[in-house]
Design a protein around this ligand. Sequence first.
Ligand code: F6P
Length: 344
Amino acid sequence: MRVGVLTGGGDCPGLNATLRGLVLAGVKKYGYEYIGFLDGWAGPIENRFIPLDVDTVKSIYNDGGTMLGSSRTNPLKDPKLVDQIKENLEVNNIDVLVAIGGDDTLGVATKLAHMDFKTIGVPKTIDNDLSATDFTPGFDTAVSIATEAVDRLHTTAKSHHRAVVVEVMGRHSGWIALHTGIAGGADYTMLPEVETNVADLCAAVQHEYGEGRKNYAIVVVSEGARLAHQDELVLQDDSRDAFGHVKLGGIGEAVASLIEKETGIETRSVMLGHTQRGGAPTARDRVLSTRYGIFAADMIHEERFGQMAAIRGDTLLPVPLADATTQNKTVGSEWYPVLEVLKA
Ligand code: F6P
């Protein structure tokens, strides 16, 4: 059996650990041969790949990024590109393709599966927004990085009696903001799922100032969050990526200006950006990623084509690829009372 694998979309810590699990299990348990396509879907379109074996992947358990490279190349923009992928997979005698990615990458994998190519999906994304699975590799690391940053911002905010607004990633799902807000002791957390009332936000910040109070405030805001009066999301510019996604970013700065204007409290904003995707995965992400990789090799053996490896509770299971890509997993309303209790 000859297996092709690629990593697509935004990178995240844990991708290499997944590749390692996939290759080690495939070679040792089933005698598979692997090739790794480079730079996401660009690899199979342009027929660029490298061989992968036990020695290549043995030591990459804690490497950040992806040894295969990644891109947001979208073959669905042109039917000829999908045909090109199919042709190159056939030319290289690939029996099964494993696509490791988020909703965009797995959307392309779903399309290939519909074209009767044997395809298996493995999830990843710091945003943790894939439905059909509880946790995606990268998320725990992103939350840890963001929480450490917030811990540090507490001390400088305290010294200067400032409010600090910390903007985290997550697109239209507030999982990173939710977990960072809770773990980082935020006075207010803004999610994309709930429009923020300006008076409520400013009252929470103001509440932390005065006799007997801590005299500084921390606000965590998701990049896709929105203020109640705001019609549009705050964007970095007008561009879109190949999958049509806008470039979110800047809401933190807007919120900081607003807090300063409304309350008179000196306020700063910090955008954590791609720092959240960089560096080594946490131990938890290494374990999760490795388990996903090994499970994907088992899925190949069990011919679970057109399916994605998922985790529910602590149990790995195959789910239809389409279930993972049809809608985003957002923060449910059961979390709102938690944030309400923690609010200043
Ligand atoms: O989907 C992961 C993610 O990191 C989002 O949180 C963020 O909005 C986006 O990717 C950034 O994408 P890019 O790497 O293209 O700037």
